[in-house]
Design a protein around this ligand. Structure first.
Ligand code: FMN
Length: 210
């Protein structure tokens, strides 16, 4: 039986290493025809260039088509918002968004999210998700973690935020970087309740669909 269509999801990319995780997540969610609100920090655009050779325009009107062309997905599913776009639905609890993922999540954004700084739309949207008791998933990436990073993660998890660190496992014997990226994307998708049939699950054999 096919799943009911999932509500729109907010995906924020910040300037930590790990842009391929975000790109693959967007690609797999778009393949499920899920509408996505994309918030991409300036630092995330720098990392996208460094890690994926993807030079993303700062022009919000061009962004959806540029991302769609890069990932071979339907641009009509994507809406991109700027860092001060306070008119965006994601800035208010009244929009009733159900799920948000910050992937990758920099330590700077983590700190501002943990302390409710709300100085840009990514932080405001996360603040809304927390105050509305909605599903917020953070994918932090740094090594090693300092006591500051760890204490922010502890306080966030105590508030119900899901901390899904970018720490792929090796027990599925990955053959490629894509396998490692998909391992993390499988876990992120589990935490937003989207099953595209492609997730590797321990003890359950090969995925139903790739
Ligand atoms: C190539 C590159 C890799 C980076 N990797 C990390 C990282 O893994 N974790 C992190 O917290 N910051 C990382 N940074 C630094 C952040 O981009 C920087 O702190 C930035 O101010 C974060 O801004 P944002 O949270 O608004 O996106 C990296 C920067 C660059 C250019």
């Amino acid at each position: 039986m096919s799943q009911a269509k999932h509500a729109p999801i907010i995906i924020a990319m910040t300037g930590a290493s790990g842009a391929p995780y975000a790109l693959r997540l967007i690609q797999r969610l778009a393949a499920q025809k899920i509408e996505l609100h994309l918030l991409i920090s300036n630092a995330a655009r720098v990392v996208l260039d460094k890690e994926s050779n993807f030079i993303l325009s700062a022009d919000l009107e061009q962004m959806p088509q540029q991302i769609a062309d890069f990932l071979q997905i339907d641009a009509s599913l994507l809406t991109c918002w700027g860092e001060k776009d306070w008119m965006s639905p994601v800035a208010s609890g009244s929009a009733d968004m159900k799920d948000m993922v910050v992937v990758p999540c920099s330590m700077g954004s983590l700190a501002r999210i943990a302390t409710g700084a709300s100085s840009n739309l990514i932080e405001r949207a996360t603040d809304v998700m927390m105050k509305e008791r909605k599903n917020l998933v953070l994918v932090p990436r740094e090594t090693p973690f300092s006591a500051i990073h760890l204490s922010h993660m502890l306080s966030l998890t105590q508030m119900g935020v899901r901390i899904v660190p970018a720490m792929p496992g090796f027990y599925h014997q990955p053959k490629s970087i894509e396998d490692l990226v998909d391992f993390m994307v499988d876990r992120i998708m589990d935490h937003i309740g989207v099953d595209d049939g492609g997730a590797l699950r321990w003890g359950l054999g090969a995925p139903k669909a790739a």
